[in-house]
Design a protein around this ligand. Structure first.
Ligand code: C2E
Ligand code: MG
Ligand code: MG
Length: 247
């Protein structure tokens, strides 16, 4: 019982509202304190533990967010091992049923590497998930193999631009060009785009100018415990109302 889910807001700059939160694992270790998922998720994936952990995260996120305003979606990260397993579709269905969270409020984030596995079976699972009404996002886009054929093979609802491009946007023109290209591509394909890792106003302005209006990053908030989310969303609304914020 040392795992917890924190939630990081995602802001839509057109409506100036928090429209979603991403559920992010945190491990409160009795000796080590907070351990980052970047440290333990890869190991959990290697030893297979990510499947029960992921199932727990899915159920917890659905149950928690079901009691939040119904304008708020929740994004849950899904590992390749969960997608390869037989139970993901049934687990998602059960999590939705038990929590009574409407399917359209759940988004599942998968990374490009998932598409490297048994593609036929993976695509079939993704389609079955979509048939349940949940949305599918392609996380960390641009870091892995970034094959454009993935975008043709599955109609993702959202592409999340990796934070490495966002970080370098202001100093490296090529990162800006890549961000503009990804935003344009997803617009043409009818997919939403979210930029991750947005920390500064300059990055925000560049992203909006590049046509990327959905923003996640420390500029607005870090991931916070469930009981802090109302306060954080209130603070973000206040920040977006200020003319000085110019956003
Ligand atoms: P991710 O899914 O790409 O999540 C975004 C990561 O970027 C989070 O790190 C978040 O805290 C961080 N981040 C967000 N905004 C900023 C920013 O402005 N600046 C910086 N420097 N970082 C920012 P976190 O929480 O450490 O998670 C790392 C990764 O661990 C996640 O990357 C995801 O791949 C994995 N992970 C987390 N929770 C789960 C889970 O429930 N299941 C699975 N399978 N993987 C998870
Ligand atoms: Mg993610
Ligand atoms: Mg990501």
């Amino acid at each position: 019982n040392q795992l917890e889910l924190f939630y990081q807001p995602q802001v839509d700059m057109r409506s100036r509202c928090v429209t979603a939160v991403e559920a992010l694992l945190r491990w409160h270790h009795s000796d080590r304190g907070w351990v980052s998922p970047a440290d333990f998720v890869p190991l959990a994936e290697e030893i297979g533990l990510i499947v029960p952990i992921g199932t727990w995260a899915l159920r917890t996120a659905c149950t928690t967010v079901a009691s939040w305003p119904d304008t708020l979606r929740v994004a849950v990260n899904i590992s390749a091992a969960q997608l390869i397993g037989q139970d993901l579709v049934a687990n998602v269905k059960k999590a939705l049923q038990d929590s009574r969270l409407p399917a359209e409020r759940l988004e599942l984030e998968i990374t490009e590497s998932v598409m490297l596995n048994d593609t036929v079976a993976t695509l079939a699972t993704l389609h079955r998930l979509r048939d349940l009404g949940v949305r599918i996002a392609l996380d960390d886009f641009g870091t892995g193999y970034s094959s454009l054929s993935y975008l043709r093979r599955f109609p993702f609802d959202r592409i999340k631009i990796d934070q490495s491009f966002v970080r370098e946007m202001s100093c490296q023109p090529d990162s800006g060009a890549i961000v503009r290209a990804i935003a344009g591509l997803s617009r043409e394909l009818g997919m939403a785009t979210t930029a991750e890792g947005v920390e500064t106003r300059e990055q925000l302005d560049l992203l909006v100018a590049a046509g990327c209006n959905e923003i996640q990053g420390f500029l607005f908030s870090r991931a916070v415990p469930a009981d802090s989310i109302a306060e954080v969303c209130g603070a973000i609304s206040e920040m977006l109302r200020q003319p000085a914020a110019n956003c």
